[in-house]
Design a protein around this ligand. Structure first.
Ligand code: SAM
Length: 261
């Protein structure tokens, strides 16, 4: 298949476009940001609902066409640029992000949005199905990993809709899913040192099939032994990272913090 460097698979199913807008639940008066409006299939619906709509599109030709089509609407503002580099705080607070994200940069842009979470009320994002599996995965499930922990730590995550690859042109190889992310006012679990928490979580998933005692060897000096089993705080290190809940990761990280880990 021809390479599409900007992830330009356009939604061509008007029913699904309507569904996405309904599921985004944008309330009157709330600002909306659309990332990668492309040929405007979602934009034309959002513009009818939103009191203000900022659309960020990287492709100069698509940007020109969008500006020609919607530029006369006072509530519409087009930013030609990279959504991964945009300063979302410049748009104020209570932002509702709606996007059919380009696959190549989807996780990167999503993490950027989470970085700006204090400015965001909701994110309604279309992503590769496999990525949404990771965002919604629970401990013990195959897709559960450091991305699940990162996103669930900061956001309420809700799987909203499945979208087959036939809804796009050109048709991508994989199906997509729509996910809703709502930034939490406080992280889901209480963590004394978030940097240490994520360092430890990333280490725990470094080699997914390995036991924690192998993945967490940076903290080997803090391991204890109980009935011949290596332990760290109250966690049995013969477990794998994929079995630990956010609470257990938080307890581990808070223990390491007390030990100047
Ligand atoms: N929203 C349209 C739709 O649903 O049909 C287009 C979606 S298409 C998957 C992704 C869009 O994002 C394309 O228009 C592409 O040019 C744009 N895009 C790709 N990378 C981008 C980036 N870094 N910042 C902003 N827009 C980007």
């Amino acid at each position: 298949m021809k390479k599409r460097p900007l992830g330009q698979n356009f939604l061509i199913d008007p029913g699904i476009a309507q569904n996405i807008i309904q599921l985004a639940q944008v309330q009157p008066g709330e600002p909306v940001v659309e990332i990668g409006p492309g040929k405007g299939v979602l934009t034309q619906l959002l513009i009818q609902q939103a009191d203000s709509l900022t659309a960020i599109e990287i492709d100069p030709k698509l940007s020109r066409d969008l500006q020609n089509r919607f530029g006369d609407t006072p509530s519409f503002k087009l930013v030609e640029g990279d959504a991964a580099k945009f300063d979302y705080s410049s748009l104020g607070v209570g932002l509702n992000i709606v996007s059919n994200l380009p696959y190549y940069a989807a996780t990167h842009i999503m993490k950027k949005l989470i970085h700006y979470r204090k400015h965001i009320r909701s994110m309604t994002l279309m992503l590769q199905k496999e990525v949404v599996d990771r965002l919604t995965a629970e401990p013990g499930q195959r897709a559960y990993g450091s991305l699940s922990v990162y996103v669930q730590y900061h956001c309420e995550v809700q799987r909203l809709l499945e979208i087959p690859n036939t809804a796009f042109s050109p048709k991508p190889k994989i199906d997509s899913s729509l996910v809703g992310l709502t930034p939490l006012p406080q992280p889901r679990v209480q963590v004394e040192d978030p940097k240490l928490f994520f360092k430890m979580v990333n280490s725990a998933f470094l080699h997914k099939r390995k036991m924690l005692k192998n993945n967490l060897n940076d903290w080997q000096h803090l391991f204890t032994e109980h009935n011949g089993q290596a332990r760290l705080a109250d966690i049995d290190l013969s477990r794998r990272g994929e079995t630990l809940s956010l609470d257990e990761f938080a307890n581990l990280a808070n223990y390491l913090h007390t030990q100047n880990g």
